[in-house]
Write a protein that binds this ligand. Sequence first.
Ligand SMILES: [Zn+2]
Length: 438
Amino acid sequence: MAPRRLVIAGATALTMCGPAAVIPDSEIVVEGGYIASVGPRSRRAGAWGGEAEVIDATGKVLIPGLVNAHVHAAMTLLRGYAEDLPLQEWLREKVWPAESRLTPEDVYWGTLLGIAEMIFSGTTSFADMYFHMDEVAEAVSQTGVRAALAPGLVPGPDSGEALLEAARAFAVRWHGAAEGRISVMLGPHAPYTCPPDFLARVARLSRELGVGVHIHLAETQEEIGECLARYGRRPVQTLREAGLLEGLLLAAHCVHLEQDEIRALRSLRGACVLCPVSNLKLGAGVAPLLEMLDAGVPLALGTDGAASAGALDMFRAMRLAALLPRGVSRDPTRPPAYRVLEMATAGGARALGQERILGRLEPGMKADLVVLDLRLPGTWPVHDIYAGIVYSAGPGNVETVIVDGRPVLLERRLLTIDLPRVMAECDERARRLAAAVG
Ligand SMILES: [Zn+2]
């Protein structure tokens, strides 16, 4: 395919190369899916003639695409389905029985709905762990977004080997597919549901395949108790002994950590992905964000699935990541809004092992871009642009979304998804699931 040239002109560009690296009235030239140049505007929109397709973003704000670094997109089908229950009851009596009835087609349609919601809220990449992942990959491929897809692995007494072989086959089919927009990770569910020897095999397979690992880590206090009771060690120690801390690791939640565990996660080649909305809704607790930040732990943000978060909206995740530490520490100075937006962009890119090509606006990076319009009552006027995004903005400010140099949302028109069809399919499938489980 011939490389197309696309120019986004006139926006205030937040390059995420430092809080002061802001370019007013910018010009971003995109060629063949990559950012070719970033700088001040060199000519008027009309002056490009036939040389480029031009998006006039005068007066708007341009940021790197948001990265939702922990989600189960197909769980949109379970949005609002089981509310106000204790966590174990929620899981064992509602969510797991419903999930056991999900067909591959359910996962396909639920994922399409999740992708539509993520595009509308400025997310260009997401890290998903679920089952029926071929259908998730199809949905990603068709809709033009970017994703790191991890087949969820929960081994039974004799199923470990078969699960790993299926994951290997999935990686062979999809790693680097969809013009490089899909990458594969391995998804052992958590240290309390996967025995240590299985985790060690996952670590070996990830090294052999050259892919990362996506796992839930220290989400609840109960889980740490279970891990101790079953295997005699805490979750982080389990991961260390399995060899998982040495490779690319995306560790979701990280709510209950001790000081030495925070230190152990400092040199992670991926990131700890905090999911504050889900942690609050499920009563899991509050992650020690400031302590992790001070220790230099690489941090990213995720929403988790719609059943535990209500929405796949990274603006909510950013807002809570900024607000919760202030409430806990009673210190209104930290974390700075810039640092929170960085977690949702460059930090997410690192969680996916793609910090060299995603998360900042620089020549040579992939052109995953979001145009925000902050000239609306809830976000106007703008004194501090980072605070405006983190504290005031939401999906309603997202105007145009570009992935790999191609618009998937243009002036709030969704270009790659038949939304009425997806919503009708999901409604029918969600009702059937709810009726079957009760
Ligand atoms: Zn999760």
